[in-house]
Design a protein around this ligand. Structure first.
Ligand SMILES: CC(=O)SCCNC(=O)CCNC(=O)[C@H](O)C(C)(C)COP(=O)(O)OP(=O)(O)OC[C@H]1O[C@@H](n2cnc3c(N)ncnc32)[C@H](O)[C@@H]1OP(=O)(O)O
Length: 404
């Protein structure tokens, strides 16, 4: 429950200095004033601040984006960002007030889905966000690994070019590719500036970005220079690898693996990145998994029909949602030929689950059958959880390649 001394409103241009100070201090960062890269994408009319009297003590923003959902469709999504509370004002309901204002506002605007990257794993489930809506694999591999004999590398020439030369091609390629990848987002010019920010302060001690183009894809990476008397062993840190064809993916990986003076490659990539099956010795690829997007179904009856499903089902879902109570209660969820309809019903429930569980499963990330084993989903009619699990799964794991 929020402290009654608190008030909340959207921000104006004159609030930006305080807004940036609060978020910098909350993230243990240096305030950057006008230099903050987040200014390039912040939508003032969707950014909220909480005040204790005249003092700004909390911030949060929503970015109006589009996400690719199963079936290759695009759905509007509120990308929640810069949720911060000034040190000294925590644990008195500031973040909860921000979350409630955002989600109720999205409901009134008819925006069906919210997504975020969580700074800590214990914050967002209470607000109905589901973990592992998309996952990440953090891969580290030695260069010069051979491919499995069946992997064909083409003789296409890959060109390393300047940022200015690369940008137009990258914009066009990304725009086509993101429409085919579940979990990928659209980008405006400001998004590119944030995602590929390349000032000294953005580099974390690594080199500036390098850009390499293939006719059907591109790779962006930084270099961490390293080496000793045994020879050079610089690290290539891949920022994004975006390809329209599988051949380009193979060719660009080969380009990186064959880079002279480099000893290893690191890449935060899709959970099911095919590289593990491309190389001759998959154990040489060290892999650590992490949650990526957390997803919140804001309006269940608007959100569920937005995507396509893998098989037919007909189940009554009893949904628990105290934070967004308009979703609570029983819904008949029917899929025919991949298309879903959702309607209120008085029929008995086949499955009970909460909003966060539904959010985890929505893109085909977490499996409802696994959530049942975790006691997050309860089956009342045998067979329904398995049927729903299969309906929600896609051919690939969902993946979101950018942190916003
Ligand atoms: C999408 C993003 O922007 S992710 C970035 C999130 N921001 C940060 O990590 C910056 C540093 N942290 C902060 O600014 C703050 O601690 C926040 C935003 C995480 C939480 O703000 P607060 O105003 O303290 O949260 P609030 O008081 O509303 O807490 C609500 C509940 O969540 C719990 N909670 C809040 N933060 C945390 C946390 N980091 N770990 C565990 N529990 C937490 C509270 O204990 C409380 O639980 P209760 O309802 O059972 O009493």
């Amino acid at each position: 429950m929020a402290d009654s001394a608190l008030s909340i409103r959207t921000i104006e241009h004159s609030d930006l200095r305080d807004f940036q100070n609060v978020l910098a201090w909350a993230f243990l960062d240096d305030p950057r004033g006008e230099d903050s890269k987040w200014l390039k994408v912040l939508e003032l009319e969707r950014a909220h601040a909480v005040f204790d009297g005249d003092e700004m003590v909390g911030t949060a923003g929503i970015l109006s984006r589009e996400i690719t959902v199963p079936g290759g469709r695009q759905a509007p999504v509120g990308a929640v960002t810069v949720v911060t509370v000034k040190p000294g004002h925590r644990r008195r309901g500031v973040a909860s007030l921000l979350m409630k204002t955002q989600l109720h506002g999205m409901h009134e605007n008819g925006e069906p889905i919210a997504i975020l990257w969580a700074s800590e794993g214990s914050i967002y489930r209470r607000y109905g966000y589901g973990e592992y809506a998309t996952s990440l694999a953090m891969l580290k591999m030695p260069t010069r690994m051979a491919f499995h004999p069946g992997v064909h590398v083409s003789d296409t020439r890959i060109r390393q070019v300047t940022r200015e030369e690369a940008m137009p091609f990258m914009h066009e390629t990304y725009e086509r590719v993101r429409r085919t990848r579940v979990g990928w987002l659209d980008r405006i010019d400001g998004t590119w500036d944030v995602q590929l920010a390349d000032r000294d302060i953005d580099r974390g001690g690594l080199s500036s970005y390098r850009y390499a183009l293939h006719p059907e894809g591109y790779v962006v990476f930084r270099v961490k220079h390293d080496g000793d008397s045994s020879g050079p062993k610089s690290e290539l840190h891949v920022r994004e690898l975006v390809c329209e064809t599988e051949q380009a993916y193979v060719d660009l990986y080969r380009f990186l693996l064959d880079m002279d003076l480099a000893g290893s490659i690191s890449f935060y990539t899709a959970w099911d990145d095919p590289i593990l099956h491309m190389v001759d010795n998959p154990r040489k690829v060290r892999r650590e998994d992490a949650d990526a997007l957390w997803l919140r179904i804001v309006d269940l009856d608007r959100a569920l029909p937005l995507r396509q499903y893998s098989s037919d089902v007909d189940s009554v879902l009893d949904v628990e949602d105290t934070f967004c109570p308009w979703n609570s209660g029983r819904w008949r969820f029917t899929v025919k030929n991949g298309e879903a309809t959702v309607a209120r019903t008085e029929d008995p429930a086949d499955v009970t689950l909460d909003a966060a569980a539904l959010g985890s499963a929505f893109l085909g990330g977490a499996r409802l059958s696994v959530l049942r084993r975790a006691h997050r989903v309860v089956e009342h009619t045998p067979g329904h959880v398995d049927a729903l699990t299969i309906a929600f799964l896609g051919t690939h794991y969902p993946h979101c390649p950018e942190v916003f």
